[in-house]
Design a protein around this ligand. Structure first.
Ligand code: GRF
Length: 202
C-alpha cells in the first residue's frame, strides 16, 4: 500500500478527485494518509474531512520556509508517507524538502509545460494567443514547474475564452490526468531516463 500525502492551499478540487480515485480503486494499492494545508481557511480542508480524510493545518505565517518545510516533512514522515502530491499548493518547496523525498513529489500545472510556468498559466496562454493549452503532471525538482514530465493532456483555447472559461476546461482534464499519473507512479511501472519518464507498463 503506497501512502500518499496531499498538500493544498485552496479549494482542493484536485485533492478530492484523487481521493475519489483512490476510494474507487482507480488507483490500486494506495491510500491517502493525510491532507496538509498551509492555509487554515482553505476550502479543501472541509471537503477532505467530509470524505473522511485526516487533515492537518501547518501555517506558514511566522515561520521561515525552512522551519515550515521542516514541520511538514516531520508530519509526512510520522505518517510514513511515500508519495507526495501537490494540489494547488501555493508554496515553493525548499531544496531540503525535495531532497528528503527524491522522485516522490508530484505537481500538476495548468499549461503544457515548458510553456507558461509559474502563476496565472491560463492568463499567460490567452495573452500569448496559443490555440491549444492543457495540463501537465510532473515530478518536482528544484526548478519552477520544470521537473520531468509524467503526463500531459491538451484542450483547445477558443476565441471567446476568458481566463476563467479556459481554466474550467483545463480543470476537467486535470482531475482525470492527475489520477492517471498517480496510478502510474504508484504502480512503479515507469523509468526516469534523463528528463524522460518512460511508461514501462505498455
Ligand atoms: C489547479 O489549476 C492546479 O493546476 C494549480 O492550481 C489549481 C488548484 O486547484 N496548480 P484545486 O485547489 O485543485 O481546485
Amino acid at each position: 500500500m503506497v501512502r500518499i500525502g496531499i498538500l493544498i492551499s485552496g479549494r482542493g478540487s484536485n485533492m478530492i478527485a484523487l481521493a475519489e480515485a483512490v476510494r474507487d480503486e482507480r488507483i490500486p494499492n494506495a491510500t491517502v494518509a493525510v491532507v496538509i494545508s498551509d492555509q487554515p481557511d482553505a476550502a479543501g480542508l472541509e471537503r477532505a474531512r467530509n470524505l473522511g480524510l485526516q487533515t492537518l493545518v501547518i501555517q506558514r505565517r511566522g515561520r521561515s520556509r525552512h522551519e515550515h518545510d521542516r514541520e511538514v516533512i516531520a508530519a509526512l514522515k510520522e505518517r510514513d508517507v511515500q508519495l507526495i502530491r501537490l494540489a494547488g499548493y501555493m508554496r515553493l518547496l525548499s531544496p531540503q524538502f525535495i531532497q528528503t523525498f527524491p522522485n516522490a513529489i508530484l505537481n500538476i500545472h495548468p499549461s503544457l509545460l515548458p510553456c507558461f510556468p509559474g502563476l496565472d498559466a491560463q492568463h499567460q496562454a490567452i495573452d500569448h494567443g496559443v490555440k491549444w493549452s492543457g495540463c501537465t503532471v510532473h515530478f518536482v525538482d528544484e526548478t519552477l514547474d520544470g521537473g520531468p514530465i509524467i503526463a500531459q493532456r491538451i484542450v483547445p483555447v477558443l476565441d471567446g475564452d476568458t481566463e476563467d472559461s479556459l481554466a474550467a476546461r483545463i480543470l476537467v482534464e486535470e482531475h482525470r490526468l492527475y489520477a492517471e499519473a498517480v496510478a502510474l507512479v504508484v504502480s512503479g511501472k515507469y523509468e526516469v531516463v534523463g528528463r524522460r519518464v518512460i511508461n514501462t507498463s505498455e
